[in-house]
Write a protein that binds this ligand. Structure first.
Ligand SMILES: Cc1ncc(COP(=O)(O)O)c(C=O)c1O
Length: 450
C-alpha cells in the first residue's frame, strides 16, 4: 500500500500554564478508562449520537444526600427544595423528588413541571418576580409556599385572600447588602427599611399572614461568610419583627448559591482551594441561626434551594471532533459538534474538558470551537489535550446546571440526554428534530408556494 505522508506543519510554541498538574507536570486530560459510571462513553455516543448529555443518577442522589446531611447535622428542621430552573429535565427532578427534595419554582411554567411530576402542592416553593393571578390562585389553593417579590404581588395576594375568604400565609423576599454588586433587584431591601415596611403591610392585612422570610444571596458564592452574615441579619430582623408586632416567623428560606466544582474564567487556583465544602457552608449558615436568639422551641424551619450544587457535577457532555486545524498563527484548533448554544455556561466557566481516549502524542494547547457560524462559538481557548483527530470524543465535565435549561435551538438542534443509573442507560430526552423545532410555526397559506 502506498504510504501517504502527512503535510509538514510548522510547530507552534506551547505556553506553559500554571494550574492543576499531575505527576508528569501536565494537567490530567484523559477520561479514566473512557467510562462514565462504568459505561463506555464511545458506546453511549454510538447508540445515542453526538453530542450527548449524560446524567449520572448516582451522583445526583449523592449530592442531595450530602446536602441534607451537612445541614441536618447542624440544624434540627431542614428541608431542601431543588431549584428547578437549574435543570428541569423531568427525570432529573424526579430523581431528586424520590430522594425527598421539594420543588423551588420561579414561574407558572416551572410550577406546572412540578405538578406534572406529582410534587404535592404544599411541597412547592413559589418564588420569582412574575407570578400571574391564576398561577397564584392555584398555588394558594394548593397550600404552596409563596414568597412575594413586590408590593404589587402583596396586593394581588390580598385580593385572592379576600376572594377565597381566608388569610393566606406568605413569605417575603428580603435582599441585603452582602456582596458587591448587591443582589437587590429581588424582593425588599433590609437596610433601607423596605423589608420592615413590607412585613408591616402584610401584618396589617385581614387576608394575609406573614409566615416566612426568603433570601437568595447570589449564585456561585464561594465566600461562606456571606451566608453567616445573611443568617445574622435575618435573625436580627426576626427579633425586631417579634418585638414590634409579636410576629413569629415559621420558616426561613436561604435560597441557593452554593458553588459547584467548576472554575470561573481567570481563576487558576485548584477548585478545592476555591469551592468550600458543604460542611463549611452549613456551619456558616446554621451557626448564624443557632446563635440568632430564637427560643429553642420556636426555631424556624430552614429551607434551602440549591441548584448548581446538586446537579452540576451529575451531568457531563460528550462531544466529537469534527475537524482539526492550524490557525494562521500556528495555534492548534479543533471544531466540535457542540457549541455555546447548548453550553451557555462556557461564558463564565473554564470547564474541565478531557479526551475520552488517549491516542498518544504530546499534549498541545488547542482552541475548541463549536459548529456555529459565529466567532463567539468557542468552548475553550487553549485547552491542553492530546492531538485531536476527526471523530475523537471529548467530555466536558460538570455541565448539569444552567446548560440544558438555557440551551437554545440555534443553527443546531438540541441533542439527546441519557441517564445512567439503576435502569442502565435510559434516554430521558430525545434529540430534537427539525419537525419538532418548527411544530408551533405556521406559514400563512398565501405564502406557501411550491
Ligand atoms: C430564588 C433562587 N433560589 C435558588 C437558586 C439556585 O441558585 P444556585 O444554582 O446558585 O444554587 C436561584 C438561582 O439564581 C434563585 O434565584
Amino acid at each position: 500500500m502506498p504510504r501517504t505522508r502527512e503535510r509538514y506543519e510548522k510547530p507552534a510554541l506551547i505556553r506553559h500554564r500554571l494550574g492543576n498538574l499531575n505527576g508528569f507536570a501536565r494537567p490530567q486530560t484523559t477520561l479514566a478508562e473512557g467510562r462514565i459510571d462504568g459505561f463506555s462513553a464511545a458506546d453511549l455516543v454510538e447508540r445515542h449520537g453526538s453530542p450527548l448529555f449524560v446524567v449520572s443518577e448516582a451522583e445526583l442522589r449523592r449530592k442531595y444526600r450530602d446536602m441534607v446531611r451537612a445541614f441536618s447535622l447542624r440544624y434540627p428542621k431542614v428541608t431542601v427544595a431543588y431549584s428547578y430552573k437549574t435543570n428541569y429535565l423531568g427525570a432529573v427532578c424526579a430523581v431528586l423528588k424520590q430522594e425527598g427534595a421539594w420543588a423551588e419554582v420561579v414561574s407558572g411554567f416551572e410550577y406546572e413541571i412540578a405538578e406534572s411530576l406529582h410534587v404535592p402542592g404544599e411541597q412547592i416553593i413559589f418564588n420569582g418576580p412574575l407570578k400571574r393571578r391564576h398561577e397564584l390562585e392555584k398555588a394558594v389553593a394548593a397550600r404552596s409556599i409563596i414568597n412575594v417579590d413586590s408590593l404589587e404581588e402583596i396586593a394581588m395576594l390580598e385580593r385572592i385572600g379576600a376572594d377565597f375568604g381566608e388569610r393566606v400565609p406568605i413569605g417575603i423576599r428580603v435582599n441585603m447588602l452582602l456582596n458587591d454588586p448587591p443582589w437587590d433587584r429581588f424582593g425588599f431591601n433590609l437596610e433601607n427599611g423596605q423589608a420592615a415596611a413590607a412585613a408591616a403591610r402584610v401584618a396589617s392585612s385581614d387576608h394575609l399572614r406573614l409566615s416566612g422570610l426568603h433570601t437568595h444571596v447570589g449564585t456561585y458564592v464561594t465566600d461562606v461568610d456571606v451566608y453567616a452574615r445573611a443568617a445574622r441579619k435575618i435573625s436580627e430582623f426576626c427579633a425586631s419583627l417579634h418585638q414590634s408586632s409579636k410576629l413569629r416567623i415559621e420558616h426561613l428560606d436561604f435560597g441557593g448559591g452554593y458553588a459547584s466544582r467548576n472554575r470561573l474564567h481567570g481563576q487558576w487556583m485548584p477548585v478545592d482551594h476555591v469551592v468550600p465544602s458543604l460542611d463549611r457552608y452549613a456551619e456558616a449558615l446554621t451557626s448564624g441561626l443557632m446563635n440568632g436568639g430564637f427560643p429553642a422551641d420556636a426555631l424556624p424551619r430552614l429551607f434551602l434551594e440549591p441548584g448548581r450544587a446538586l446537579v452540576d457535577e451529575a451531568v457531563h457532555l460528550l462531544t466529537s471532533v469534527v475537524s482539526s486545524k492550524r490557525l494562521s498563527d500556528g495555534r492548534r484548533a479543533a471544531v466540535l459538534d457542540a457549541g455555546v448554544n447548548i453550553m451557555p455556561t462556557t461564558y463564565w466557566y473554564r470547564h474541565d474538558i478531557v479526551a475520552v481516549k488517549d491516542g498518544g502524542g504530546v499534549n498541545e494547547e488547542v482552541n475548541l470551537y463549536g459548529p456555529m457560524c459565529m466567532n463567539i462559538d468557542c468552548l475553550q481557548m487553549g485547552a491542553s489535550l492530546p492531538p485531536l483527530r476527526a471523530g475523537d470524543l471529548l467530555m466536558v465535565r460538570n455541565v448539569g446546571a444552567y446548560n440544558f435549561a438555557q440551551s437554545m435551538q440555534f443553527i443546531q438542534l438540541r441533542p439527546a440526554v441519557v441517564m445512567l443509573g439503576d435502569g442502565g442507560v435510559e434516554l430521558i430526552r430525545k434529540g430534537e428534530t427539525t419537525e419538532y423545532a418548527r411544530l408551533l410555526e405556521d406559514v400563512p397559506a398565501r405564502l406557501k408556494t411550491r
